[in-house]
Write a protein that binds this ligand. Sequence first.
Ligand SMILES: [Zn+2]
Ligand SMILES: [Zn+2]
Length: 103
Amino acid sequence: MSEPLKNCPFCYSVNLEIPYSIYSYEHNKKRYHVLCNNCDSKSGEYDTRELAIEAWNKRADDKYNELVEFLISFVINADCADNVKDCVPCEAYELLRKHGVEV
Ligand SMILES: [Zn+2]
Ligand SMILES: [Zn+2]
């Protein structure tokens, strides 16, 4: 049983599939990739489904970490006055805490 696919890192869709291409010049070798049916993003091609899933999930993690890092710098650099209603940096801070990120 392979690990589950993470949401598309570009559009957050779960409408994903793992099609394969057949390469006749390589003894009909199958090469798999992950495809997002919503935004047409795809992973590279790999010899097994598992490797395609691993690469896709790693990219999803990288995108997520990129976003978290951006949010952290946004929160840290915000010049936040106390008791301001609907303060965006404060909401971002709460969101990060909710996801277990130390800020
Ligand atoms: Zn997508
Ligand atoms: Zn604030």
